[in-house]
Design a protein around this ligand. Structure first.
Ligand SMILES: NC(=O)c1ccc[n+]([C@@H]2O[C@H](COP(=O)([O-])OP(=O)(O)OC[C@H]3O[C@@H](n4cnc5c(N)ncnc54)[C@H](OP(=O)(O)O)[C@@H]3O)[C@@H](O)[C@H]2O)c1
Length: 363
């Protein structure tokens, strides 16, 4: 890579050269993928690796990890960067035509050392994780702004969620994992970096279909008669978006990259109520099922961890009204297909039929 670097970046660039596994091919576009070893970023990296016009630069804290090495085998460059260190991001983004951004609320929420720090600070782990996610999102935006001139017109593709506090007129003041994202994407970017905001697309992601693993007591609660009950604080028939995150995030983001910038999207393969979800699950597994709309307190109790319970139950109530998307008019996969852009997505029914449910059914 021969692009000149500002002096303050030269040291990090040396690190970048050390970590880069392959050199970008001349004439290829570079997509930098944050979180490339994770669910969303991994899906995006794999999708763009299928397009020979792109070099995929996979960003990770640990280039030696098995997941990072797996991406290298698939043809990605693997580059070390830390979301808490903006200088490493500025280096990793050098020459980028496209940046895919994702931030992770749940790692600082669950990590024992983060819980200890939150306790030291006298704040909840929920608030602590908000602060980390917000700070890391800002770092991504600051670093992306430093390379805005090389980005494509629609070159800043960010994973985000709706702003619960604003969308609800102040009714939801502590849905932290929504507002930490929305406060930066689009909030901070629009306020601080108009030129970057002009190249941004905001991609909201639906409920991951895999989320039952985090909340088994709410998704599939075994009853004394042997049936399974789904129990959320959301009305049974309130439609919510569902996403096969590892298979479909890449397809969706790849489709969005073919659109003009400045639009807001919802990545989902199905938009159906949880009542429909449990019926589909019962049909696929052959077991009797039911749905119960529970109270806030009941859902918290089902979660097994009060902090997790409170954080997610706010989301399930918010999903009821004003809605998971905050009432925004978001562009869907169907809209993209109508615009002539290929955007294959997995329906909830298809996804359920492909899972191994023996672990849940053995309970
Ligand atoms: N569960 C749901 O239903 C749902 C629905 C919508 C949105 N979400 C949101 O999805 C987000 C998580 O996305 P995901 O599932 O794709 O996450 P993930 O699988 O945990 O991946 C997160 C990635 O971020 C990277 N990362 C984390 N901290 C980093 C740091 N300090 N510096 C550099 N890289 C870092 C990690 O890479 P390395 O470890 O390799 O460094 C990892 O690959 C959360 O914020 C959540 O709120 C979840």
């Amino acid at each position: 890579m021969s692009c000149p670097l500002p002096n303050h970046l030269s040291l990090q660039f040396a690190r970048f050269q050390n970590c880069t596994e392959t050199t970008p091919m001349a004439g290829k576009k570079i997509i930098c993928v944050i979180g490339a070893t994770g669910n969303q970023g991994g899906s995006v990296a794999r999708r763009f690796l299928q397009d020979p016009r792109f070099t995929v630069r996979a960003i990770t804290r640990d280039p030696a990890s098995a997941k990072a090495q797996g991406l290298k085998v698939l043809g990605a460059e693997v580059v070390q960067a830390e979301l808490d260190d903006v200088a490493t991001l500025e280096v990793a983004f050098q020459g980028a035509n496209v940046i895919f951004s994702v931030t992770q609320y749940w790692e600082p929420f669950f990590r024992p050392d983060c819980r200890a720090k939150a306790a030291e600070l006298g704040i909840s782990c929920r608030r602590y994780a908000y602060d980390v996610e917000y700070r890391q999102g800002k770092n991504i935006a600051d670093a992306a702004a430093s390379v805005v001139s090389t980005l494509d017109d629609n070159g800043f593709l960010v994973s985000t969620l709706s702003h619960a506090n604003k969308s609800s007129g102040g009714a939801f003041t502590e849905l932290y994992h929504f507002d930490a994202k929305a406060d930066v994407f689009p909030g901070y970017v629009a306020d601080k970096y108009p030129a970057l905001a002009a190249k941004m697309s905001c991609i909201h992601t639906g409920y991951f279909m895999t989320s039952y693993q985090i909340l088994p007591g709410s998704y599939f609660n075994k009853q004394s008669d042997g049936s399974y009950q789904m129990r959320f604080a959301t009305a049974e028939d309130r439609p919510v978006p569902h996403l096969d995150v590892t298979s479909d995030t890449g397809n969706f983001v790849y489709a969005v990259s073919q659109m003009p910038p400045g639009k807001d999207y919802m990545a989902a393969g199905s938009t159906v109520g949880f009542g429909e979800y449990i019926k589909l699950w019962g049909k696929a597994t052959g077991v009797p099922v039911s749905y119960k709309q529970v109270t806030f307190e009941e859902q918290v109790a089902d979660s097994g961890d009060p902090d997790l319970g409170v954080e997610v139950t706010h989301m399930f109530v918010y999903s009821d009204s004003p809605g998971y998307d905050g009432g925004m008019n978001l562009i869907t996969a169907e809209d993209l297909r109508k615009a002539g852009i290929d955007c294959p997505m997995t329906s909830l029914e298809e996804w359920i039929s492909k899972q191994d449910w023996s672990g849940i059914l053995a309970q």
